[in-house]
Design a protein. Sequence first.
Length: 297
Amino acid sequence: MKYKTLPFAALTLFLFSCKNTDNDYDASGTFEATEVIVSAEANGQILAFNVNEGDVLKENQLVGSIDSTQLHFNKMQLSQSKKAILSGRPDVEVQIASLVEELKNAITDKKRIANLVAGDVASQKQLDDANTRIAILKSKMEALKNSLNTTTSSLNEQGTTVNAQVAQINDQLKKCKIINPINGTVLVKYSNAFEMTMIGRPLYKIADVKNMILRAYVTSSQLSQIKLNQKVKVFVDFGKDAKKEYAGTISWISDKSEFTPKTIQTKDERANSVYAVKIAVPNDGFLKIGMYGEIKI
């Protein structure tokens, strides 16, 4: 999805404060809104799409879905593969059980031979052979444990790899849900249910029209009179002498000057260097994108 802020009419008009009458304004411009183009994050058929132009949507609202059947099948296959891999892990205790018993018997025989040697009934060689047998059994048991643990570790690693693949599938399944990103009003609808879509294809455009932005321009002499978060008065003409006042807040001031927009009629006015500013204005429902507004600092 892409974020952008665009006006829907001529960019701005510029008026100087002449201080002659109370009807003069410091600057004027047009209203904008933060727009978001919501795009598909998966390939496939749009199974559901509950979006219409003019709809007011909430942030994180589910508005549609893209076919995810094949992804579900892939996830099932990976789950079965993981079960098959982990089922091959050896049971260490069972595998070494016979060696454990043999070692117990060898230790018992050694004790018996040691008693016989003490009574001069058995030779020292017999005792040495018993000790050698015990050492060999212990070595075999340790080697088998190491081998079985290595096999178990390898299979666990393979299972972890499958887990990563499942996580990837889960992320793709999540992207098959069309989630609205911001609170706002749908401006344009680009796709419909049952159409095929692909990653990156625009689905609809939405704008936060409850928080409007008035973009205007001030001269370098006026720049010293304004600062961020400063409160200003915004006036909007609704026709038939119906003018309404709004409370605005300066939210952004450009750090670079530019020439006055060409909408200014005279050559001398266009030659002036000005600075763009943005005034945040809460919308009571009457403000529209592209509508003109005037400010008093």
